[in-house]
Design a protein around this ligand. Structure first.
Ligand SMILES: Cc1cc2nc3c(=O)[nH]c(=O)nc-3n(C[C@H](O)[C@H](O)[C@H](O)COP(=O)(O)O)c2cc1C
Length: 223
């Protein structure tokens, strides 16, 4: 099923009319870049022009998660063969936790060959054993209970904590214009205005050295 429509609406109609399962998300329509030194001609080496064509691979994975989750929330009993950007077993588990009942892979096989499937299966099997699940579908839909509408997202009051061993003073974390919490002092990221922290976590995501973790405010006060 194309992701160009309201997939949960289309899936509901399909189910109502007897579909045993839905396979999604296929490819969202896209356009590649163009040859800017050749009047905007297509970059495809073997076409004279181009259509709005499908985008596949890792770039579409978050979109696929969203569509699959929306269908699983609306139609919990619908079988969903879910794919789009899956490249490893961890992402495969994520997709199951968002509601997949079967997984599909395409681009990863072009990049890594069919050998990739053995690695995916081994990773999934190991995960199931380690986590004590009966089978891989035991965790189906586990992540759906955390999905809320934007106004219901709850922020946990938190502060960044800097691991001074890991911090290189690169300054990535002090760049965001909206944040005054962190400054570079003596070549290290330092929390200078803790009261201004909104727990947005941008510093945490930006740090290329894994030197920032977000700790809950009460714990931050105790340190
Ligand atoms: C080279 C190529 C050819 C494809 N051909 C088809 C096709 O004929 N019919 C179809 O429904 N999807 C086709 N797809 C889409 C894939 O089945 C898949 O839904 C999509 O690529 C997203 O998954 P992926 O990110 O794992 O590749 C094709 C994808 C690729 C990369």
């Amino acid at each position: 099923m194309t992701p160009e429509a309201d997939t949960s609406l289309v899936a509901a109609e399909c189910a109502k009319n007897g579909a045993a399962a839905i396979s999604a998300i296929n490819c969202p329509q896209s356009l590649p870049g163009v040859d800017i030194y050749n009047g905007g001609k297509p970059k495809y080496p073997t076409t004279a022009n181009q259509a709005f064509a499908g985008l596949c691979g890792p770039w579409i994975r978050p979109l696929a998660y969203r569509h699959v989750a929306q269908m699983a929330i609306k139609l919990p009993n619908l079988q969903i063969a879910a794919g789009g950007g899956l490249t490893n077993w961890r992402q495969s588990v994520e997709m199951i936790m968002y509601g997949a009942t079967t997984l599909t892979y395409c681009t990863v096989l072009y990049h890594r060959g069919f050998e990739a499937l053995a690695e995916l299966a081994a990773g999934l099997r190991q995960f199931v054993i380690e986590q004590g699940y009966k089978n891989v579908l035991d965790c189906r839909g586990a992540a759906l209970r955390y999905i809320v509408t934007p106004e219901r997202v709850e922020y946990i009051p938190s502060l960044p904590e800097i691991d001074l061993e890991k911090c290189t003073g690169c300054g990535f974390c002090v760049r965001p214009a909206h944040c005054e919490v962190l400054e570079l002092r003596d070549g290290k990221a330092t929390v200078v205005y803790p009261d201004k922290c909104t727990a947005c976590s941008v510093c945490y995501w930006l740090c290329p050295h894994d030197a920032i973790r977000m700790i809950e405010n009460e714990r931050a006060a105790a340190i």
